[in-house]
Design a binder for this molecule. Sequence first.
Ligand code: SF4
Length: 329
Amino acid sequence: MVKGRIFSGMQPSGKFHLGNYLGALENWVKLQKDYECFFSIVDWHALTSSYEDTSKLQQNIFNMALDWLSAGLDPEHNVIFVQSHVKEHAELHLLLSMMTPLSWLERVPTYKDKIQQLGNQGKDINTYGFMGYPELMTADILLYKADTVPVGEDQLPHLELSREIARRFNHMYKPIFPEPNSFLSKAPLLPGIDGRKMSKSYGNEIPFAASPDELRAKVRQMITDPQRVKKSDPGNPDVCTVYTFHKIFSPDELESIGTACRQATIGCVECKKRLAERMVTALADIHTRRIALEANPGRVKEILEYGAERARAVAAATMAEVRQVMNLS
Ligand code: SF4
């Protein structure tokens, strides 16, 4: 029996890495067993902060679909689609924007921070579209009457806003929308190969699409305990990036690796080799699926078209209701 209906989306930014997989996508793969899921590649959201150069957008959408499908999202069981293929998202966004006080959007805690942060990188996102980002997110969720939204802690204020907008709509017209609940997931935080936060802008990421040989090369470059110069020096695994990865990929061996490191009975080269093979094994099925899908891009396109068709059917029914209660039909 399904526990409820989920909507969740990701921006096709072309930066999908292993940290993103463990932070969100792996969780989706688990959730698909218990929920009816709508997973959307939210390309319009990508434009809210990257509107100037859209030349890579289609390639990024395709790559994101590959990431999702190779990770194990089932396109029959879930509705997997591209946001802009379902125009009802734009219509509901517009109608909700009529009744949302500007002050609600201005007070979203990340709003001003993000403008400043991206402004420092030379990006001007002081735009109508960027301010409306949480409004568009609300439209995405309400269009499918999703009752559950998997979010990270940083997105909780956005979801609270969605709940307020749904409440206002229900009160003003007719109660047709459920107030979406958050599903907080605890994901392991994976550092980049230099120990800082994993991010493409630092150049320290491990691409989710990395082949086994690329994975091995990335592990070889990982920063270890800087105090451990020779193999005979005892190491401190608690300050080692390799060990942080072992926590995720080698939990059964963790204690023995930690002890061997502290007693200098294992060298960093050997330790890295073990990690690399663990990662290659853990990601082998994903890699195999990706190769098969890459060889058949037409199949990926078909899956997205099929998903959009199914999403449109639900979205059209919701919009018929919305138009009726707002006297627009
Ligand atoms: Fe890190 Fe392993 Fe080297 Fe210890 S032996 S410092 S855990 S890479």
